[in-house]
Write a protein that binds this ligand. Structure first.
Ligand SMILES: [Zn+2]
Length: 296
């Protein structure tokens, strides 16, 4: 079963501003250049990162289940209503799994989370300190994480670099999540994008944190880094914690699967180590079961 654990709905200009859209396009053009054609672009203008329920649903046909969320981040001018995600998920209950995004800086963040889970029926939470400008080690946010743990929902974290110039990268490496992993042992957490380009930090953390996983979205665009990250994950014995994900509209799941099956191409003809196909196929078909058994 193909499960995509990370995809988005958002579009310009309703949910993101012009600056975001311009910077998204610039980053998209670089990805298209190095990804060997394995990236998705809605268009090559300010709508390059648009993902509407219609285009998302078309892409989701490549999967058995797709997790989808928006992003609420006042600091970077992004705001996708959780109701939009919930409405869309409700229309396709067999395939689409809606998660919330909540800005932890909001004074009512815990109430918003309770509402998202209890009323809207959303089943996970997306956070991104780089976009939301918050320090994940700040104990003021502990009650919020405690609420997520109480609900039994997983959190997916954008820990890694990103393109908006207004993002703050200082809280973006995976190690900023270590205290949360220790203090909330029943809170499942997925770090997106292998924590790129700080993949070593990510591997070091998920190796020792039983409640932490990572997704492989948005890394196949950079074949040299991707191969290194996957070898690091293999040598530290954590490839069973890597989950398939598209980050649609960045890419489709077919793009990501093709990128993964092609991960060794860059070292072909050398004596450098390669990622065995059994490891690749487990990421594609199996690994989600341990992290997200509620989807079984
Ligand atoms: Zn994403």
């Amino acid at each position: 079963m193909i499960v995509d654990v990370h995809s988005h709905i958002m579009w310009y200009p309703d949910h993101v501003g012009e600056q975001w859209a311009r910077e998204a396009l610039a980053s998209k053009l670089v990805k298209l250049k190095f990804s060997g054609g394995l990236a998705h672009a809605a268009s090559l203008d300010l709508h390059s990162y648009d993902s509407t329920p219609e285009t998302h649903w078309a892409a989701a046909q490549q999967t058995d289940k797709t997790i989808v969320f928006g992003l609420q981040a006042k600091a970077t001018g992004t705001w996708v209503p959780n109701e939009l995600i919930a409405d869309y998920a409700r229309q396709h209950p067999d395939k689409i799994v809606g998660w919330a995004s909540i800005d932890p800086n909001e004074p009512e963040a815990i109430d918003q989370l309770d509402h998202a889970v209890n009323v809207l029926g959303l089943r996970g939470l997306k956070l991104g300190p780089a976009y939301q400008h918050f320090d994940p080690t700040d104990r003021r946010h502990w009650p919020f994480f405690a609420a997520a743990q109480r609900h039994g929902i997983p959190i997916i974290w954008h820990q890694g670099t990103t393109f908006p110039s207004r993002a703050k990268l200082r809280w973006s490496t995976a190690l900023w999540l270590e205290d949360i992993a220790l203090d909330f042992p029943d809170l499942r957490m997925i770090v997106a994008h292998l924590g790129h380009p700080w993949e070593e930090d990510l591997v070091a953390l998920i190796r020792k944190a039983p409640n932490m996983y990572a997704d492989i979205s948005a890394v196949h665009y950079r074949p040299w880094r991707y191969w290194q990250a996957m070898v690091t994950a293999m040598e530290y014995g954590v490839t069973h914690k890597l989950l398939l994900a598209s980050d649609f509209p960045s890419a489709t799941i077919d793009n990501v699967i093709a990128g993964l099956r092609n991960v060794n191409a860059i070292v072909e003809g050398t004596r450098l180590p390669t990622i065995p196909s059994e490891i690749q196929e487990r990421i594609i078909h199996e690994n989600w079961k341990d992290a997200l058994p509620e989807l079984l």
